[in-house]
Design a binder for this molecule. Structure first.
Ligand code: PTJ
Length: 260
């Protein structure tokens, strides 16, 4: 195994450190090798966005926080990439919402379930659903492993947070009458289109913001939370992210430095 020390002075230090989190998650068995490919795809979109959180993403963070606070039974769904990148923030959000965390994997194996649980427990989670026989309910219409869920978690939840995954489960969750908040750097993805609230941003940047928004908005009345959530238009907001990408490309074409 080649270990390379990246100096802090490296211009891409932050991004390389995020990669290291995924590689270390991969070595521990939590991240699927396909998860490394997914990160690469996300990085490409992030580059076009100038690797910063845009106003439209902040609007989605606010609306997502409202939906989660309005939920009677919220749940945070966690795959290998999400656990490797933001485990501590997941535990923080689950504490703020008093809601469970559930492991849900596309490339599900018993070993990977345990590896993801270990990361979450090390980050402070006390209860992790979706492990072994606990994931014995099924999302109707999904034949693959993502369709296996916990009876006391995703199956009975009214609002589900889902990060970094393909959209067919989100479509199936919506068909069950649930509302979905997602994070995905690709506004093209089915997840982005199918969700009630899509935060087009890097999960390492927006998840801490989501936690802070939940903390801030906790003081608001349900009427105020509903006003914000219902006033949010996901299609329009995602369109703003496409325009942010167009601006990023135009800047690059004019000689602007996207490396910042
Ligand atoms: O752990 P598993 O078995 O459940 O598998 C997880 C992966 C990620 C492999 C699986 O869900 C998958 O194949 O996902 P996709 O279809 O590649 O979708 C992942 C989406 O997340 C893509 O649209 C990426 O652009 C986006 N993405 C990747 N990294 C980030 C991201 N979005 C935000 N922040 C990131 N760091």
């Amino acid at each position: 195994m080649v270990m390379v020390v990246v100096p802090k002075s490296h211009p891409r230090y932050e991004s390389l450190m995020v990669r290291e989190k995924l590689v270390s998650g991969f070595r521990s068995g939590a991240v699927a090798c396909e998860g490394l490919i997914a990160q690469g795809r996300g990085e490409a979109f992030d580059y076009i966005l100038g690797e910063r959180t845009h106003d439209a993403a902040l609007g989605a963070v606010e609306a997502g926080a409202c939906l989660l606070l309005l939920a009677k039974k919220p749940v945070i769904s966690v795959n290998g990439n999400v656990a490797a990148l933001v485990a501590r923030d997941i535990v923080r959000l689950s504490g703020l919402l008093s809601c469970p965390v559930e492991v849900n994997l596309f490339y599900r194996t018993r070993e990977r379930e345990e590896a993801v649980r270990r990361i979450l427990v090390d980050a402070g989670a006390s209860l992790v659903l979706g492990i072994g026989d606990d994931a014995s309910e099924r999302i109707p219409g999904l034949e693959h492993e993502r369709g296996r869920v916990s009876a006391s978690g995703i199956f009975c939840a009214d609002v589900v947070f889902v990060g970094l995954e393909d959209g067919d489960r989100i479509e199936a969750l919506r068909a069950m009458g649930k509302r979905v908040v997602t994070v995905d750097l690709s506004p093209f993805s089915r997840s982005a289109v199918a969700s009630d609230v899509t935060i087009v941003d890097n999960i390492v940047r927006c998840f801490p913001l989501l936690c802070s928004e939940v903390e801030r908005l906790k003081k608001c009345s349900r009427a105020e939370l509903s006003r914000i959530a219902e006033g949010f238009d996901n299609e329009k907001n995602t369109a703003r992210m496409f325009l942010a990408m167009k601006d990023g490309l135009s800047l690059a074409a004019c000689g602007g430095d996207l490396d910042g």
